[in-house]
Design a protein around this ligand. Structure first.
Ligand SMILES: [Zn+2]
Length: 266
């Protein structure tokens, strides 16, 4: 039975540990604790100015990812930047499965949000956004591109502000290294972009795996009985004496019972 329980516990732990996935297969991540989000000044149909979109992205970061105490990653406000026309018109991948990043959309702006109208990126209006960490060296993400569908009749503009924040938070998750989660209450769940308004345990596991807080090792803990002065010793000595006397009394009673029992058997 004990073995059965131990197998069950192991299975449960393994399933929990492997639920989230990674956006870069080798588990790449940003090496700095602080990563800036910048927005390209090239949107026409998103319903936002570039600075409005930047505020939305900062709100998404604060409301979701920056709240995780076990993660060292802190997403920060960058600025509005000018980018080449390719960021609005080109496909993010030069070939798919797996995506080979299009060099024209590689940049050094850490996380860059850009509007885009390319039909390969957005074959329908139901695809709202697309994110690829496209400047990766080994296990280091240098930069990621987050594209918002800016075609006329795009669905981003029709969403409520909380839904738009949730969508951006989901895409930012891809930008810093997380893939989709099979866990339904996760922000990174692949089918619920606009319906998660908080992080699930799997999102927290994912960001903590990629960006663990490093705890400084302070050595073994010590207990100093005199640390708070001699006042602490009085109750301790009293307690010790009380325990000793109680123990002796109990032992005496037990011995007495033993002898009386022995006598009664006769
Ligand atoms: Zn996604």
């Amino acid at each position: 039975m004990a073995k059965l329980i131990s197998i069950f516990v192991s299975f449960f732990v393994v399933v929990q540990a492997n639920a989230f996935t990674l956006s870069v297969s080798n588990g790449a991540f940003f090496t700095n604790n602080e990563v800036r989000i910048n927005v390209a000044d090239n949107c026409q149909n998103s319903g936002y100015t570039a600075s409005g979109l930047l505020s939305l992205a900062v709100e998404a970061s604060e409301q979701f990812w920056n709240k995780v105490p076990t993660s060292r990653l802190r997403l920060k406000q960058g600025g509005v930047v000018s980018v080449a026309g390719a960021f609005r018109t080109d496909s993010i991948c030069s070939s798919d499965n797996p995506c080979v990043p299009n060099n024209s959309l590689i940049h050094t702006q850490e996380i860059l949000i850009s509007c885009n109208i390319n039909a390969t990126n957005f074959p329908s209006t139901s695809i709202i956004a697309l994110t690829v960490p496209n400047n990766v060296a080994g296990q280091t993400i240098n930069a990621a591109t987050l594209l918002i569908n800016d075609n006329v009749s795009n669905q981003f503009a029709t969403k409520s502000r909380p839904e738009q924040i949730s969508i951006l938070a989901h895409e930012i998750g891809h930008a810093f290294g997380l893939g989709h989660s099979p866990v339904k209450d996760s922000l990174m769940y692949f089918q619920s972009r606009a319906t998660s308004f908080r992080l699930g345990w799997d999102d927290i596991d994912g960001i903590t795996y990629l960006y663990p807080v490093e705890q400084p090792f302070s050595g073994c803990g010590t207990v100093d009985l005199n640390q708070s002065g001699s006042g602490k010793m009085g109750p301790m000595i009293f307690g010790f004496l009380f325990a000793l006397l109680t123990g002796l009394a109990f032992r005496k009673k037990a011995l007495s019972g033993l002898f009386s029992g022995t006598r009664s058997r006769k």
